[in-house]
Design a protein around this ligand. Structure first.
Ligand code: SF4
Length: 256
């Protein structure tokens, strides 16, 4: 059975901590597989439910709530994270261990995160948020609790809708918060066009020029030509200083 995901319903009763439960698809230890923190050990919490639908989605099982998801209260999830950390402690190096919240779209559950994140931070964890960058008002609720924000720019050629306005607002909120680091990831496919790259770069240039842009070629479907990747990279570098072309490591090693 697939349950539709409605962000406003998902946040209902959030303040009733004991009774509020969120759908989690999986919780696991792994190494971050993409963008600027590639290779960094993290505990991943993958929520189920997403507010958009991208053609290239590599976690389609997490787009909707299904019978494969488990409902967690913040108490349950807190305990589960601590337990997983304890079992993998030796794999973490010096510094605050990262908990990565991913999905689906974790910001759908911003009210829940508002309860859980302070408890994790108190335990010494750093918070890594992976988000599609479309729910700016929800980001506002927890931005001060995030240490790293990995936001996507979703391009119309693969996601069907224009998100520029929302990405602009989201990036502003993320980068105005001085205590977190924000970078942007853009999945490139053979359908990506140069105008989308120009638009992405002009938004970054307007709002926070030094924000790092990671161009990430799709390796599953609609794989882009290397010539296009070079072209997009060169175009981006004309306007902003921090651009990288990076593939997903976990796909190469076939790990989560
Ligand atoms: S935002 Fe992420 S989880 Fe949602 S459909 Fe796109 S790629 Fe999949």
């Amino acid at each position: 059975m697939i349950l539709p995901c409605n962000p406003s319903i998902s946040n209902k009763n959030a303040k009733n901590e004991g009774g509020y439960r969120v759908p989690v698809y999986e919780i696991f230890f792994s190494f971050q597989g993409e963008a600027l923190y590639t290779g960094v050990p993290q505990i991943f919490v993958r929520f189920a439910g997403c507010n958009i639908k991208c053609n290239y989605c590599d976690t389609p099982y997490s787009i909707a709530v299904s019978e494969n998801t488990q409902l967690y209260t913040s108490d349950d999830l807190f305990v589960k994270i601590l337990e997983l950390y304890k079992n993998n402690r030796q794999k973490f190096t010096a510094g605050n261990p990262f908990i990565a919240f991913t999905g689906g779209e974790p910001l759908i559950y911003s009210e829940f995160l508002k309860i859980l994140l302070p408890r994790l931070k108190k335990e010494g964890f750093s918070i890594y948020l992976e988000t599609n960058g479309t729910l700016s008002q929800k980001l506002k609720q927890i931005v001060k609790l995030c240490d790293v924000i990995s936001m996507d720019f979703k391009l119309t050629s693969e996601c069907g809708i224009s998100f520029w306005k929302e990405h602009r607002k989201f990036l502003k909120i993320a980068t105005d918060n001085a205590t977190s680091e924000t970078f942007i990831k853009c999945v490139i496919t053979k359908n990506t066009n140069i105008l989308e790259i120009k638009k992405s770069v002009s938004i970054i240039n307007d709002i926070a020029k030094k924000t790092h842009l990671v161009l990430q070629p799709s390796v599953d479907k609609n794989i882009p030509a290397i010539e296009d990747l070079y072209k997009f990279y060169t175009e981006a570098k004309k306007l902003i200083p921090n651009v990288s072309l990076m593939v997903q490591m976990h796909k190469i090693y076939n790990i989560r």
